[in-house]
Design a protein around this ligand. Structure first.
Ligand code: HEM
Length: 515
């Protein structure tokens, strides 16, 4: 960037095609050569309020800040305006946002929290920096080209033991150095995991974030909790090192949440099983090495087997409404021999293996979903403040403020319920969590995804055409609105979860309760 300074009078002389300067936030840009290639057209730049003038407001109501950071545009800057200083700055990687409600209260200056301690705050700072420096650039690129997350990202995650931490607190963290030692393994709790889920959602690349670890998040815990020690140690060390990947293979074209209706069949043979069948909508399937697979057995029960990619195992990509970076696939098993040591739990104990992880999985999904919802509130607050309609900011319309009130209330209520449940999880055994929290977690997830969809709809109305456009100002809103149904379907559809939550409560109704 040039350190030259220009007076406004001097800048105002450059108003013609082939000799065109403008000011954006104290910076002087020479658009003489670029104007003809400007994606928004030449004529808008030749307007008498723009050419040779301060075009800051016009610029920021039409472009995201990142446009100015792209090297090909940054180099158009030839200097600054005499006596002016830059007023508008992008948030630096890792920093907190100062836009109201764009951070949960525990991260907002002046507020207090009964839950989060200093080590949580240190962890949040380090983790956000990692997300914005490592995950975000790869996430935006892979979401676009549909390739799986880059191996260099898995390597970087493995180095900080992020893959291990993603699975929550527990003995699997013992002896590991977490995020360069910022948090001790024995300190690591569900609030750290909450931070990881919410910060990761800032990548705003929903398919990518599932590609980054969705399969392992749901496919590895059954191996950790029910696998024989040798198998467990081998797979856990490969996966934590970022070298191998898991997928949970339960759903079929024939059976979704109805796990009792599975058709994939495991026949008991000497030394193991022979598996034949198919699985559909399997996250990370296209690149997974291990499939934690639910199979029907000869006597009508269910067994869960760890099936390694090899002869007889084929995977095919399924295109869904989010990016193929998630590796969503259709899996076929054709007479695949599975050694008996790869059985999880007992021969007919499959249902228990599957059900044991549902609460944690749903809590994790609610966590990320609420994080993404908050990001949308921030985008909307910025947009309504910088967008001018009839000469006034968009927020001068009462109907817009009313939508924002609803959005803020939804995300705050969901976050507060989430933090309260997370506190309970920290103080309950896994068994007690299943007893006391299965219902509340199901209801929380339903609430999180319902409110997410209402907020997605409101955000599109606020952004208008930009909310349905894949690039430019509303690109995150378009993405959010298109991919938000994933959260509402994965881990149990809303109606199923609502029903589960209420049935759990009714089971605990005292027999002698009367009005
Ligand atoms: C440094 C100066 C500028 C650069 C580098 C620039 C660059 C761009 C780029 C890359 C886009 C494509 C959309 C996007 O990626 O966000 C765009 C669109 C556009 N630009 Fe500019 N621009 C500049 C100044 C201006 C100014 C001063 C105006 C004033 C009216 C303007 C009006 C537009 C319009 C109307 C569009 C289309 C927006 C849309 O599709 O919603 N640009 N510009």
């Amino acid at each position: 960037m040039s350190s030259r300074e220009f007076t406004k009078e001097e800048i105002a002389k450059h108003t013609k095609e082939g000799d065109l300067w403008i000011i954006v936030d104290s910076k002087v840009f020479d658009l003489s050569k670029f104007a003809g290639m400007h994606p928004g057209g030449l004529s808008v730049l030749m307007d008498e309020d723009i050419a040779g003038q301060d075009a800051t407001d016009a610029f920021f109501s039409l472009h995201r800040f990142e446009v100015l950071l792209r090297p090909q545009y940054a180099r158009l800057q030839i200097g600054t305006v005499v006596g002016q200083k830059q007023q508008i700055f992008p948030r630096a990687a890792g920093q907190l946002s100062s836009v109201p409600y764009s951070e949960p209260t525990w991260l907002t200056p002046g507020y207090h929290s009964p839950y989060f301690k200093d080590h949580h705050r240190r962890f949040q700072t380090a983790f956000r920096k990692f997300v914005e420096e490592v995950l975000l650039p790869d996430g935006q690129a892979r979401e676009e080209d549909g390739k799986r997350p880059s191996q260099s990202v898995f390597d970087a995650m493995a180095k900080e033991n992020i893959i291990a931490m993603r699975l929550g607190p527990g003995p699997h963290l013992k002896g590991l150095e977490l995020m360069g030692g910022i948090v001790k393994p024995e300190e690591f709790d569900y609030f750290h995991e909450l931070i990881m889920g919410q910060e990761s959602s800032r990548v705003q690349a929903r398919g990518y974030t599932d590609g980054m670890g969705g399969g392992t998040y749901i496919g590895l815990p059954p191996i950790m909790n029910f696998g024989r020690p040798e198998l467990r140690e081998k797979i856990v060390s490969e996966v934590f090192a970022g070298k191998k990947f898991c997928a949970l293979a339960i759903t079929e074209a024939f059976a979704g949440s109805d796990v009792a209706g599975l058709k994939c069949f495991a026949k008991r043979v000497e030394d193991g099983w022979v598996v034949t069948g198919t699985k559909k909508w399997i996250t990370n399937a296209t690149f997974a090495d291990y499939f934690t697979t639910g199979c029907r057995t000869e006597d009508g029960g269910m067994v869960v087997l760890v099936i390694e990619r090899g002869p007889g195992v084929e995977t095919k990509q399924i295109k869904t409404s989010y990016s193929t970076a998630a590796g969503t696939g259709y899996v076929t098993f054709e007479n695949v021999f599975v050694p008996y040591e790869r059985t999880l739990g007992s021969d007919n104990g499959g249902l228990q293996v599957i059900l044991s992880n549902f609460n944690h999985e749903r809590w994790g999904m609610a966590t990320a979903s609420i994080g993404a919802q908050r990001y949308v509130v921030e985008e909307c607050l910025k947009w309504v403040s910088q967008r001018k309609v009839f000469g006034k900011p968009l927020h001068s319309q009462a109907v817009i403020r009313s939508k924002l009130a609803a959005m803020i209330s939804r995300v705050e209520s969901a976050q507060n319920w989430l933090e309260s449940i997370t506190y309970q999880m920290n103080h309950m055994s896994y068994k007690d969590q299943a007893n006391y929290l299965a219902g509340p977690i199901a209801l929380l997830k339903k609430y999180a995804t319902e409110t997410a969809q209402e907020t997605a709809r409101d955000a599109v109305q606020i952004f208008g055409g930009r909310g349905i456009t894949k690039s430019g100002m509303g690109k995150f809103i378009e993405h959010y609105h298109r991919t938000v149904p994933f959260d509402a379907v994965l881990g149990g559809a809303e109606d199923v979860l609502g029903d589960l939550g209420v049935r759990q409560a009714l089971r605990k109704m005292p027999k002698n309760a009367r009005l």
